[in-house]
Structures are given as structure tokens and as C-alpha cells.
Design a protein around this ligand. Sequence first.
Ligand code: DNO
Length: 391
Amino acid sequence: MEKTWRWFGKKDNIKLNMLRQIGVQGIVSALHDIPNGEIWPLEAINEYKEYIESFGLRWSVVESLAVSESIKYGGEDRDHLIANYIISLGNLGKAGVKTVCYNFMPVLDWARTDLYHKWEDGSSSLYFDKAKFAYFEIHILEREGAEKEYSSEILDKVRELKNTLTDKDNNDLIDSVIVKTQGFVNGNIKEDDQNPVAIFKKLLLLYDGIGKDQLRENMKYFLEKIMPVCEEYNIQMCVHPDDPPFSLLGLPRIITCEEDIDWFLNAVDNPHNGLTFCTGSLSAGLQNDVPKLAQKYASRTKFVHLRSTNVFPNGDFIEANHLEGRGKIVEIVRIFEKENPDLPMRIDHGKLLTDDIDKGYNPGYSFLGRMLALGQIEGVMASVQMELEKK
Ligand code: DNO
């Protein structure tokens, strides 16, 4: 697989010359300065691409060309926004950047409650604490009916949290769930937004009455409209699975498991309608057997994210070391090296290790933590390739 790396543009504290030195071949990035829903001009795309190429790298994958909320909930201006999306895809096609990752998650792109969950050795990873999330929903967002969605064990813990968390803890939780994790992924909330909770509540209202079937219909509508431009320029669209792969905040989620993946691949059965195989997101759902899914969807997979998780009996999950946990990455590398060795692959989140701390990296996107994982995966790739040559 092609070794790629998610890079957040010139403002990223990780510079392209650093990536060259650690064996990265391709860059995964987006025009992060352009607001969601606006057109990506051809000139800006070409300029960004040439900048990346001046470091001996290539712009392999766009992550993400974000899908506006209105396209997801089916707002009045969705056709206008889809028309803009099509122009951006055409411009990417003209520039020769042909793999495009996006997601179809309502409001929250991805969710974690702790961005610095400490391991015994002092390193840290991202963590999802189910009770804390329930507390956030019930006492910070005050979402009507939220209590009904949790077990009595979780509600007991929520009561405990209510008595112990301070104002600072509450602000940190808001920061983790809706500001820091969303801000840098072209999300709805920006780091300098004044009242993120109020903005967030408004966004949730947009989905009032939208269930799973309606969201599916809206995704199908979007995909059908964009397929012609993808065919014209040979663009591979690859949807990112929902992270985590279960419903949150009463919002529907539609890319969570085998049945969902079957649904969207069949709903628009076109080779340009593909999947980003994210072992991290999929492994956080106990319903998913990750290697089984990789084998089944290898031919419709256009991009691979490698990361792993461990899920605990109380419903929490942690981002694990890459070669451990439910992601079964050795097995996954074996499957994709065999079925589709040219696929772009990026190491997804890494731990915060030693010198990573205090560098201001985006949550999950450390330098040393991801570099360590890249080294590990390179080793796995080399041995799998030898194994396959012998056969
Ligand atoms: C977080 C990522 C997401 C994902 C995008 C894809 O680190 O898993 O931001 O890349 O949702 O559209």
C-alpha cells in the first residue's frame, strides 16, 4: 500500500520535509481554509498540489471534501450545495487528485470525551467514556429524553459525575466533544466560537424528525447526483465509517456495520462509490468483525485508515496500540496487500509520546506516536509482501 500521512496544511506544526524523512510517499489533505459548501477553485487546488510536490511528495487523497449539513438533512439549499460540490470534484479531477474521502455523519464528525487519557507509562491516547458522554448529553446539552437511552448503571455514574465535576471539568468536556475534535476537520464548530453549546443545540434541531431511512435517502440522492462527474474524471469517492459506529445524541448514523455498508454500496452500485476502510472506527463497534469486513469489501475499498481500539464491558473504548486490540491490523494489511496493493493507506491517530507533548498537534495527530505506528506497519507490510511472494 502507498504510505500516506494526514497533513493539515502550512499551519500544521508537522512540516512536509519531516514527512519525507520518515518514508511518507503521499499526502492526505484538504483546502482547510475554504468554508464548507464553497467551491474549491482549480487554481487553489493546483497551487496546493504543486506545493506538496515541491517536497517530492504527491497529494494522494482529499480528506475531506466535507458534505454540508443541509445536504445531509435535506435542506432547501441542498441542490445548490451539491452543484458546488460537483464543481469542486470536477476541479479536483482536472488537477488529477482523484481519491476523495468524506463522511455522512450528522452534526458530530467524530466523538471522544478525553483527548489525553493517560497510560501507565505517561503516554496518552484518545478515549470515549460512555458515562461522561451521557453526562454531557443530559446535563450540559440538556437534550430532552436523553436519560431514556441509558442503562441504570450509566445513570448512576452520571449522578456521581454531577456531584464531582467542576466548572472547569465541564468546560474541558465541552472542549473535547464539540470544539477540539470538530474544529480542525472542517467541522461545524470553530475554535474561536463564543458559545459552542448554543451553536451545537441549533445544529441538532436541524435533524428534528430525520431518522435513519431519511438520512439514507439523502445520501443516495447526493451520491446519484455526483456519480456522473466522478465517472467523467475517474474520481473514487470513499465514505468514512461513522466514528464511533453507533448512534449518539439521538441522531441517526448510517455507516456503522455490514448491513449499512451493503446498503450504500447497493443503493448506488457504481465502482466510483466506495469505502474508506477505517479499522479504528469499525473496531469500536462490537458488531463488527474487522477482517471479515475487509475481505468482503476489499474491491470497493479506495482508501485505508489504520488504527485500533479496545472496547470495555461498560461501553467505553480506548485507542489502542496499532498492533493490538480489535482492529486486527496485521490481518488487515495481509488482506489489502493481497487484494489491492496500490491502495493509499494512512496511519490514523497515534498516541502522544515523549516529545509530542505540548506541541499543539490536533487531537490524535501526533508526530512521534504516528511515526512509531508507521514504522510498525512498514515492518508488517514488508513481511506480508515476502509471505505473498513465496506463495
Ligand atoms: C478524525 C477522523 C475524521 C475523519 C473524517 C472523514 O480523526 O476520523 O475526521 O477523517 O470524518 O471525513
